[in-house]
Design a protein around this ligand. Structure first.
Ligand code: CO
Length: 225
């Protein structure tokens, strides 16, 4: 699609919004009050608003390759601080996805140098879970498991940030969630690593996660597909 098409699409979208709701832009311009922070992958196939069925204004978003929470990433930290301290979001969702090219690249070699540098965060996850991952002989299953463990570790990283620790210490309501989006069926799955101040650490919970095969056996709608 040539880029000019995007501008044409925009004009059509504006006309459609106003036709459906004449106050649409008047309402949005005055308030910025999203209730969620989404930390997801830059992958074009996992747009936060689209896959969650939310509208403009409902979700504050940070995306990077492989949905990493790197404690020295000023960009991520600024988004996090604004979301928690100013917007007072109550839920933060770290969302990974099956088929993540960033996670795949971290398992091998060949990513461009700066991308490869960024993916050090995923390789840390590989090293932390080497025993479990190396015991999975099927490469696709190992890859899918690494996607899950990567999300759990990023939820853990998030829980250790000063912003989150301080919010919890002050009694602020703040839940951290780890989800995985499946490109194959569009379903978002909660990994069950939701963390609030006093609960077990997400990585401990992730050890109890079902394997992909177990999950498929348990979820009838998946078997059908
Ligand atoms: Co990805």
């Amino acid at each position: 699609m040539p880029h000019r098409k995007l501008l044409e699409n925009n004009r059509r979208w504006v006309a459609e919004q106003i036709a459906a709701d004449p106050q649409y832009f008047d309402r949005l311009k005055g308030v910025h009050d999203p209730h969620f922070l989404w930390i997801g992958c830059s992958d074009a196939r996992v747009p936060a608003n689209v896959v969650t069925g939310t509208m403009a204004g409902e979700m504050f978003v940070h995306r990077n390759i492989a949905n990493l929470v790197v404690p020295t990433d000023t960009n991520m930290l600024a988004v996090l601080q604004y979301a928690v301290e100013v917007l007072k979001v109550e839920d933060i969702i770290v969302c990974g996805h099956e088929g993540c090219g960033g996670v795949k690249a971290a398992m091998g070699t060949g990513a461009p140098p700066i991308v490869d540098n960024w993916l050090a965060g995923v390789r840390t996850v590989l090293r932390l879970h080497e025993d479990e991952l190396s015991a999975i002989t099927d490469e696709d299953a190992r890859y899918a498991r690494l996607v899950q463990l990567n999300v759990a570790e990023q939820v853990y990283n998030l829980s250790r940030t000063r912003v989150v620790q301080q919010a919890w210490a002050q009694g602020q309501t703040l839940r951290l969630h780890g989800w995985v989006y499946a490109l194959t069926d569009g379903i978002l799955r909660d990994l069950g690593v939701t963390t609030v101040g006093s609960e077990p650490e997400p990585v401990e919970q992730a050890r109890e996660l079902p394997s992909v095969a177990e999950r498929r056996a348990r979820e009838p709608e998946l078997r059908a597909g």
